[in-house]
Write a protein of this length. Structure first.
Length: 77
């Protein structure tokens, strides 16, 4: 049985996060910080490593930080 988390390039992850309302906040080294602020909800922060390809486990952690389901994330584009 395969993983439901695909291996994606960091640029693809960023495109989907931006489409879902996240904005670039800062970058330190090879890790970029994206945040989403909504009225009445806590600010969500996602740290994206700007490497060629993001491992499945890393993608899972990014989505957990962002408060997103894999389904919502994959439907974003």
């Amino acid at each position: 049985m395969g993983s439901k988390y695909p291996s994606l390039k960091s640029s693809e992850v960023v495109k989907r996060l931006v489409k879902l309302g996240f904005v670039f906040k800062s970058q330190r080294g090879s890790h970029a910080k994206y945040v989403k602020t909504e009225v009445g909800r806590p600010t969500r922060t996602a740290i994206v490593p700007m490497h060629d390809e993001i491992a499945k486990g890393t993608l899972q952690k990014i989505l957990k930080q962002a408060g997103l389901s894999i389904e919502a994330f994959l439907d974003a584009l």
